[in-house]
Design a protein around this ligand. Structure first.
Ligand code: HEC
Length: 92
């Protein structure tokens, strides 16, 4: 039993680890080319480094505009390493 519980735990942590870009598409567009809710920058036009700073900053509460609380909810569950890795996959 213990082994099964552990295996389940490891699996769910594994699933949580990678940032799921689909969760972002409803606001930012599938290719991050939309101005989310009329407020955000166009993320696809940002550099990887700017995006990494933004995502980790939202999580830490050190970055953002009037709707930063909303973005914090989007990124708080990920590690900084995951956010860094994801930032490399979007933007330029
Ligand atoms: C419910 C709508 C919504 C969802 C879902 C969402 N975002 Fe955002 N995002 C916003 C808004 C609104 C802003 C601007 C917030 C502010 O005031 O700083 C923003 C800002 C950003 C920025 C910084 C752009 C800037 O203006 O400086 C990045 C990068 C970003 N989002 C990436 C993501 C990623 C990656 C996801 C998915 C994990 C995601 N967003 C999910 C609405 C959303």
């Amino acid at each position: 039993m213990k082994k099964i519980a552990l295996a389940l735990l490891v699996t769910s942590v594994g699933l949580m680890a990678a940032v799921n870009g689909k969760a972002c598409a409803s606001c930012h567009g599938a290719d991050f080319s939309k101005v989310a809710l009329g407020k955000s920058k166009i993320v696809s036009a940002m550099t990887h480094a700017e995006i990494a700073t933004a995502l980790k900053g939202y999580k830490a509460g050190t970055y953002g505009g009037p709707m930063k609380g909303l973005m914090k909810g989007q990124v708080a569950k990920y590690s900084d390493a995951d956010l860094d890795a994801f930032a490399q996959t979007i933007g330029k």
